[in-house]
Write a protein that binds this ligand. Sequence first.
Ligand code: FAD
Length: 453
Amino acid sequence: MSTISRRNFLKLAGAGTASAGLLGTPLARAASASRVVIVGGGVGGATTAKYLKLYAPGIDVTIIEPKREYQRPYGSSEVITGQVTMDDITISYEALKTRHGVNFIHDAAADVDYDNKQVITAGGETVGYDRLVLSPGISFDFDAIDGLTAELAETKLPHAWDAGDQLLELKDQLESLPENPTVIIGPPPNPYRCPPGPYERAGLIAQWLLDRGDKSPKVVILDPKNGFTTDYSMLHAWNDLYRFNIPKPARSKYSEDELAQLKTHDEPGPLEWVMGDLGGQILKVDANTMTVEAEAGVFEADMINIIPPLKAAKIAFDFDLVDGSGWCPVDQKTFESIRHPDVHVIGDSCIAGAMPKSGYAANSQAKVLALQLKALMAGNEPLEPVFQNTCYALAGNTDSGMFVADVFRLKDDKIVRVDEQRYLPFDATEGQIRLAALYQHNWMKAFTDDCFS
Ligand code: FAD
């Protein structure tokens, strides 16, 4: 190290890395000195680790993650309504460890020393890095809604938006509901994890209550927003399946021709969407009286599922990676933090232009990041990235699927969406709608394998 600059050393090490799998030269062994440490073994962290080991096997990759098994948030609303179990959403790290040679430290990252390039775990272990990656997910702003607390989220008012036992609590609550109950779902404001998710959950719960034999259950969505990703397909499907009348301000989402084909129901069904313009903003919740006060008035409920506003994971705040927006600003090509060099943030915690906060997006960012890390650590220029996202969703009935599919590129250093047709067309056939639901079921497995196996 004394006779070559640090940058040139990394260049040599990176060059060795690129050829390590092919040649096994002494230079390749030197590459093992390059260390990438990843905080968070969720979608983004696991995918980065796996693809980095595939693209540059000589780089030493360590994931710091407190949990011994990952519970996937994607597809987790189906735990509440019983289509899948907690076992189904629990994923082993074994393949990453044994097949891909990723090191794991099962502990929480607690501190960082940027000068000496070290992460310190809660258990006191010091882990050195050349490049640090964080994909630590989200945290919740309970203070934003009067009456909501982290403690209540563990008991009476679970959000169940980050997998875990709250899913089982909500499942118990659902199964204990009286006949024809009122359930309130409170989606968060933008930006948030899984844009179609709260509406899919509302549909799944409505369908569950109908399947149980309830004749007039109510699932009321109190929403601060006037729209959501897949609203065009979701509202149409509800109109068809659940005697759902599309609220007047939302009818502008459809053409004249489409509006003429939508139904008007004299007796509305179980789903009600109180959009922002109609007073959907929640002001206060009272867990004792089970009431929710919104701009539109006070609603009594038998079950309340409010997803608080979201922000970057706590560790991103602790590591000084967050700006005033509550999220982590990053270079849009390399995901390197704007605030600290050699630190990259991907997944839900980062600001990624037009990309949504979804598992698919985190996985797409991770694959790009693995290539960029390989290039950067070899002293090369980063590549021109292309990203993708597809979010599948169910209307409630598990045979009724939909999706939003997007491609993203860099334009003027910003990640922008480049496609036009994103949704199923209005006149999609029954077969296409069923296929979209089938794609969702299959995607869940193929996607999990891509990240973790
Ligand atoms: P995560 O996957 O949450 O991983 C974060 C990891 O970081 C966790 O394992 C956590 O333990 C770890 N961590 C946190 N703090 C620390 C620390 N201090 N030290 C070490 N580790 C730490 N996405 C889709 O693409 N399609 C879908 O159909 C879909 N459906 C969804 C349905 C629901 C109901 C929900 C809630 C989400 C859904 N998502 C979906 C979103 C998807 O699950 C997330 O966008 C994705 O998990 C984000 O990945 P991530 O790596 O940013 O965070």
